[in-house]
Ligand binder design. Sequence first.
Ligand code: UDP
Length: 241
Amino acid sequence: MRIEVLGVGFDNLTMDEAVDRGMALLRSDGPHYVVTPNPEIVEVCREHPEAARAVNGADLVLADGVGVVMGARMLGTPLKEKVPGIEFAARLMEKMAEEGLSLYLLGAKPGVAEAAGAKLAAKYPGLKIAGTHDGYFQEDGPIVEAIRRSGADAAFICLGAPKQELWMLRNAAATGARLLCGLGGSLDVFAGTVKRAPKFWSDHGLEWFYRLCKEPRRIGRMMKLPLFLVHIRQEKKRNGK
Ligand code: UDP
């Protein structure tokens, strides 16, 4: 059963359990897709029913950051731990490499997915990069076809939210991949064009603050965070907790 946080149902899993579940999905007939919502995406889902449908329709819904974990705890239905999408992806690639599985990388600015592919292939020997494409395309059709032709077992769809969730809802089946994962800005990190917050910041639940300092233009989006906490408080009152 999923734990609901403001209309989004999260799978209550540790990182290890999530990776095992991801691999099980990858080994069984697809299509399956994974989403990793943070508070900002939960707020987007409240405003856009179609985004909520795409997120809740996923086979695996992971709590991307400390905000969601905090929200669930405040509502009296705690989640085991945060399962950041990018760490989930790294762990999944480790396992995929052991089994010689193949991965398609879709998203980010031209050249980034390709650079990420080269780095990942070097980091995870055994992992096959089935193909790459940037995230700035007009039509889904040729991209879906490219993934299908590549024969990829899995695909990382990194177009930002909720674009990637809607894309996976529309196209997962036609790609032929058994597992698709919506992973936001992860390709930029894998390619080395964007750095993740040092461990100290994420250990203290402050990764969002680090990102804000590095990319101040994110302030508009991040205003959704306080809104999320306000909505959690309201929901808590409504539940009489
Ligand atoms: N992006 C894309 N196509 C688009 C819009 C965005 O490929 O039409 C990419 C963008 O280049 C970036 C990622 O999607 O690599 C979104 O990153 P962001 O940090 O905004 O996502 P988050 O991780 O916060 O969801």
